[in-house]
Ligand binder design. Structure first.
Ligand SMILES: Cc1cc2nc3c(=O)[nH]c(=O)nc-3n(C[C@H](O)[C@H](O)[C@H](O)COP(=O)(O)OP(=O)(O)OC[C@H]3O[C@@H](n4cnc5c(N)ncnc54)[C@H](O)[C@@H]3O)c2cc1C
Length: 399
């Protein structure tokens, strides 16, 4: 990655100074010049009105991969806490780092987030790049991309992991495009090929019909996004204190194209928090009609669980899409998953097969859901579910 200023075109207008998050441009004798603090993050390129700043993306085949070392997780902060997916990625990062004998680094952008570094240390981070600034308090694509690209160009990690959340999907693709790296989205498995020091990135492909393992041989870093609940976080280790490296940045609001006016949260009814639920009762086409989801809701309620659904029922308009579990729905990892009248198509299994205990209720003894079930009940859900609901009520004294 190289960046230079075409001094013949530069007019010395100074707009690039506002755009640079690292304060690494000065104007002397009417021409802009990079100082040694330049990280080649590229934030100034689009700020230049006369195209005098030129970014050269090194072709993948020309990247010296031996210069890249270490595993990075890009943190997501939600309501003042590290998102669960960031902790899960630290756990996975720790495992990968042991195969490569490198440290795990958390990049933590935000405002007033220093105390989260300790949490990161307890969950597997050896070091934390702490990037605090008032304009990083809420996620915005531009400043986050600029700051993180600068850090990647300067410190050259070999692997960068990001949560496949709304924020993470937006950020990861921007970073990968800016720095010319490969990116595998929605990985369900990550492991190291120690012979070649490559990240083996596994994800469903061709509509979930095969699991593809993807290698990024030439470009660096190797970037992957992973959905929440796919990896497991480590048990917190009290007393593990990471090294904290504070990164000073200067962000001028005039150089940030977007402004957050208001944050509107989803209505409670719509935030079926499937991904955090310990117990999920899901219904499929075996329910035969939308009103029969009442059976599923009742069992979920007595178990204090959440209601899930197969895509077939969502597509039929029986239940809103935010209940959908699976490849194009949510990935869940509850302690107990009860699948009622769900056949167990590969796309459904992609979202729930790592649940700790799976109970399947289906009239067809050959339904694929039984291949992943811990307990299988071959029977009519209209008979089995009410009996289960009554039994739970009796056991837990709920009426
Ligand atoms: C690109 C792509 C992405 C997809 N993403 C998803 C996804 O994210 N999530 C998802 O779920 N699907 C997804 N699908 C759809 C998936 O392929 C299946 O079509 C869907 O999961 C089937 O839903 P189902 O099990 O409810 O219905 P069916 O496959 O019709 O199964 C109904 C089951 O109910 C049983 N049954 C019938 N009556 C009773 C009864 N009285 N009691 C008990 N059991 C009974 C039947 O034996 C049957 O096994 C995707 C498909 C594609 C192509």
């Amino acid at each position: 990655m190289g960046i230079y200023i075409d001094t013949d075109n530069c007019t010395g207008c100074k707009l690039c100074l506002q755009a640079c998050p690292y304060g690494a441009i000065i104007v002397e004798e009417g021409k802009a010049r990079f100082t040694e603090d330049c990280t080649s993050c590229g934030a100034c390129v689009s700020a230049c009105p006369v195209d005098a700043i030129v970014m050269e993306v090194v072709r993948a085949a020309e990247v010296d991969t031996s210069q890249y070392r270490g595993i990075w997780v890009i943190a997501e902060v939600q309501d003042g806490h590290l998102a669960e997916v960031s902790l899960e990625l630290l756990g996975k990062g720790r495992e990968l780092a042991e195969s490569l004998d490198v440290p795990v680094t958390l990049v933590l952008p935000g405002d007033d987030v220093a105390e989260l570094a300790t949490v990161a240390g307890q969950h597997g981070a050896d070091e934390v790049y702490l990037v605090e600034h008032e304009h990083l308090a809420q996620y915005r694509t531009g400043p986050y991309t600029n700051v993180i690209c600068g850090l990647i160009n300067k410190h050259k990690p070999e692997i960068v992991l990001i949560g496949a959340t709304l924020q993470g999907r937006d950020l990861a693709s921007r970073i990968a495009a800016r720095i010319g790296a490969g990116l595998t989205a929605d990985c369900t498995g990550l492991e190291i090929d120690t012979d070649e020091r490559l990240l083996r990135q596994t994800r469903p492909a061709f509509g979930g019909n095969i699991m593809a393992t993807i290698l990024c041989r030439q470009a660096r870093p190797q970037m992957a996004t992973v959905r929440p609940k796919v990896m497991k976080k480590l048990e917190p280790q009290d007393g593990s204190q990471p090294e904290i490296i504070s990164i000073p940045v200067s962000l001028d609001p005039k150089s940030i194209a977007t402004k957050i006016v208001e944050i509107i949260r989803e209505e409670q009814e719509q935030t079926v928090n499937l991904q955090d639920a310990d117990i999920i009762v899901s219904g499929g086409r075996g329910l035969k009609a939308p009103e029969n989801f009442a059976l599923i809701r009742e069992l979920a309620e007595v178990l204090s669980g959440a209601v899930g659904a197969s895509r077939a029922t969502v597509d039929a308009g029986w239940i809103p899409a935010y209940h959908q579990v699976g490849q194009t729905g949510k990935t869940v990892h509850p302690r107990l998953y009860i699948a009622c009248g769900i056949s167990g198509a590969v796309q459904h299994l992609a979202g729930m097969s790592t649940s700790d205990c799976i109970v399947a209720i289906n009239t067809d003894p050959h339904a694929p859901i039984f291949d992943v079930a811990t307990y299988g009940i071959v029977g009519d859900l209209f008979e089995v579910v009410p009996v289960l609901t009554e039994a739970v009520k009796k056991e837990f004294g709920k009426s």
